[in-house]
Design a protein around this ligand. Structure first.
Ligand code: IPE
Ligand code: IPE
Ligand code: MG
Ligand code: MG
Ligand code: MG
Length: 299
């Protein structure tokens, strides 16, 4: 007999379907003068993926009484931005990976130039979507969202994190240095998800501060779990190869502090995150289960 679906798992699949549906429509309606570029973008955007960042946006909205329809555009923009970062992360000049989301990486399925351009075009498409006329958000809210997302992804966030990640290959970095890289390359975009969802909310400055601390903790936790999965995960479940960090002489959390200490760190990060979530809102929220999922995921 099939187990009754929990409310949380229904929320997860509803939000994933909501996002996937919109991405499908986006690629049907967006025509490109270059069919190959369009195909490469569509290939990576619709290749699967857990859609964790859109889920964080929708769950934060749900916790702060923002209708999900108001968050569709930011959710789509963030997922496109994230997918662009993966396409570029996998390029030979970066991590040189051949498998992503269970499929050949964009540059393997197409070619390097197409993968570079697909990433570029996805990044600008994200901002096009955020800035286009929107029946649910006013211009001030849209501008705030553009600021949050651009700050998280460029020189103040992901791009710098990725640059440091590559610049420190083969180096004996400390845990503090690694934490800094992880907060930039992965944490910044995850924090942006929470901030974006709060833009159309009535959250007070105090609530926002607690949510920022919550977001920082889960952002770091997300990359620590990614590091752990690279060491102890199952490549079939992950849809990407394991052992790649060690192979590239890249120090990750388990390499610096060990598997057990990394797992303990995850528990502490979650406790801290949930403490601040509770200070921000007493409402039962899917963010609690989502936080747990981030550190318990196998993929
Ligand atoms: C992988 O992100 C890259 C990191 C920032 C660790 P995800 O684990 O969210 O990848 P997808 O979107 O599910 O493929
Ligand atoms: C990726 O970190 C971070 C970004 C894409 C910004 P990783 O290089 O560890 O991600 P995976 O393991 O390839 O998914
Ligand atoms: Mg990388
Ligand atoms: Mg990588
Ligand atoms: Mg990794």
């Amino acid at each position: 007999m099939k187990m009754a679906k929990t409310k949380f798992s229904s929320f997860l699949s509803d939000c994933q379907n909501r996002l996937n549906q919109q991405l499908h429509e986006l690629f049907i309606t967006q025509k490109s003068p270059s069919p190959r570029l369009h195909e490469a973008m569509q290939y990576s955007a619709l290749a699967g993926g857990k859609r964790i960042r859109p889920l964080l946006i929708y769950a934060t909205g749900e916790a702060f009484d923002v209708p999900l329809s108001h968050l569709d555009k930011p959710a789509m923009a963030v997922e496109l931005l994230h997918t662009y970062s993966l396409i570029h992360d996998d390029l030979p000049a970066m991590d040189n990976d051949v498998l992503r989301r269970g499929k050949p990486t964009c540059h393997i399925a197409f070619d390097e130039a197409s993968a570079i351009l697909a990433g570029d075009a996805m990044q600008t498409l994200a901002f096009e979507i955020l800035s286009a006329p929107n029946q649910h958000l006013d211009a001030h809210q849209q501008l705030r969202m553009i600021f949050i997302l651009s700050r998280a992804c460029g020189i103040h966030g992901m791009a710098s994190g990725q640059a440091l990640d590559l610049a420190t290959l083969g180096e004996n970095i400390t845990q503090d240095e690694l934490q800094h890289i992880h907060e930039l390359k992965t944490g910044a975009l995850i924090s942006a998800c929470i901030e974006l969802a709060l833009v159309p909310s009535q959250a007070s400055p105090e609530q926002i501060t607690h949510m920022q601390i919550f977001a920082q903790a889960i952002g770091l936790a997300f990359q620590v779990q990614d590091d752990l999965l690279d060491v102890i995960g199952d490549p079939n479940e992950l849809g990407k190869p394991t052992g790649m960090d060690a192979k590239r002489d890249k120090l990750n959390y388990p390499a610096i502090i060990g598997v057990e200490a990394s797992q303990n760190l995850l528990k502490n990060l979650v406790t801290n995150a949930l403490d601040h979530l509770h200070l921000a809102t007493k409402k039962p929220t899917y963010l609690k289960e989502l936080t747990q999922l981030i550190i318990e995921r196998n993929a």
